[in-house]
Design a protein around this ligand. Structure first.
Ligand SMILES: CC(C)(COP(=O)(O)OP(=O)(O)OC[C@H]1O[C@@H](n2cnc3c(N)ncnc32)[C@H](O)[C@@H]1OP(=O)(O)O)[C@@H](O)C(=O)NCCC(=O)NCCS
Length: 189
């Protein structure tokens, strides 16, 4: 697989992480650290340094090459040097499962404009089309109303409820489990 992917939408450029965009990711993190904390797992050491994000970009590139992770960083076409969000398809399994788990976040100031929907719509199309996945799972805290609305708009269906599912914001938290199925993939590639 390639080491750098890029997708275009009407308002956005979506690129897989590289050291060239690590400074933008670092600035995005510093701007949004407090806003994202209630939705986030424990932060790794040094996450507030540029060196962390350069190293993160290299690891994400390797994971992309190995087929474990497809992460995209989001940039507005009319403001191309400022990163405004991130989403990733992790835990990619092939064979009879053909599945991944989706996570996403957008800059606090960029919420409420349909930009996350626009980005995920393109990302999912890529994962179902080019990557030939059959299933994408996405799970959210029961009180994360914005996330629930976004997934519903994208066509995700609720599959269940998991107690003490993920360690988020300092405690094990229940999650609503959802998934989207690719009707075009009739058998694993
Ligand atoms: C969850 C999250 C990504 C949702 O972001 P969002 O901006 O609300 O999502 P969307 O891109 O779907 O935008 C929808 C909003 O844009 C509005 N909108 C404006 N223009 C629009 C357009 N052209 N198209 C679609 N929606 C548009 C919609 O009406 C909706 O507004 P509303 O929430 O006031 O009803 C964001 O809240 C976030 O990053 N939260 C913190 C991290 C997090 O929770 N991650 C998920 C963990 S499971």
């Amino acid at each position: 697989m390639t080491t750098l992917l890029s997708l275009q939408t009407a308002r956005l450029t979506l690129v897989t992480p590289s050291t060239a965009t690590a400074a933008a990711a670092h600035a995005y993190f510093l701007r949004n650290q407090r806003y994202l904390a209630p939705w986030s797992p424990p932060a790794p050491p040094n996450i507030d340094t540029l060196a962390f994000w350069q190293d993160y970009a290299l690891k994400a590139r390797d994971a992309l090459t190995q087929g474990h992770l497809v992460r995209f960083w989001m940039f507005r076409n009319d403001e191309p040097s400022t990163m405004i969000g991130s989403f990733g398809f992790s835990q990619i399994f092939r064979g009879p499962f053909c599945s991944a788990t989706l996570g996403y976040q957008i800059d606090e100031a960029a919420q409420g404009q349909g930009l996350m929907f626009e980005a995920l719509d393109a990302g999912i199309e890529y994962m179902f089309g080019e990557q030939a996945l059959h299933r994408i799972a996405a799970n959210y805290l029961p009180h994360n109303v914005r996330s629930a609305r976004l997934l519903t708009r994208l066509g995700f269906r609720i599959e269940g409820y998991a107690e003490n599912y993920l360690f988020i914001d300092g405690a094990w938290r229940d999650h609503v489990l959802t998934a989207l199925i690719n009707p075009r993939l009739t058998a694993p590639d």
